[in-house]
Write a protein that binds this ligand. Sequence first.
Ligand code: PGA
Length: 240
Amino acid sequence: MKFIVCDSYEEMSREGAAIIAELMKKKPDCLLGLATGSTPVGMYRELIRLHEAGEIDFSAVRTYNLDEYYPISPENEQSYRYFMNHNLFDHVNIKKENTHVPDGSAADPDAACAAYEAEYQATGGADIQVLGIGQNGHIAFNEPEEKLYAATHVTGLTQNTIEANARFFASVDEVPTRAMTMGMGTIMAARKIILLANGKNKHAAVEAMKEGRITTAVPATLLALHRDVVVICDREAYHG
Ligand code: PGA
């Protein structure tokens, strides 16, 4: 696991975008695993800027997102599908049919998760998977538990995550209590992983990754088992 410690959120965003842009230039039809949350927004903004500057082309890029609330309509402004359209896809020349987010409106969520997993695995996995990290060390919606799932699955959100996400909703009662999420094995199927973390509230989770020991109580520590993980963080997340 490699750590890149940046002076600012803007620098982190540029570092992350530069890694993705380099891949896109080398492999125009690359597959990107993407994440939502407030952390990657700056990186998406930088990718949009690079696209507008004529440096990167999304016309052949394919994307798979980590997760989606359940149940939620893709038109709901709090859905992760809406987030991705709004923060990246609507501003670049990506083909919408090449973008994939678990379907929060599926009638049978378990079947939809199994189909998402099969479709994703059939691609051979992402060239780069982008991750954020929860204060409790979750990645995607793989929350601290004694047992973690390997594959895409439906899961309940912990109270900690519901409260952390309530800031995006009118009230905490409106936060969906379930989600569809890639599992640990799905995430590990990527050839390279970049994890972004900023702010003091992420320090404990980053510290657990620095320790290099793995525990399902901090799901992000399992990334130590992957051969190519780059953690891009600011000084507060790294040093506390
Ligand atoms: P955040 O969420 O980027 O909004 O802090 C990260 C996460 O929970 O994975």
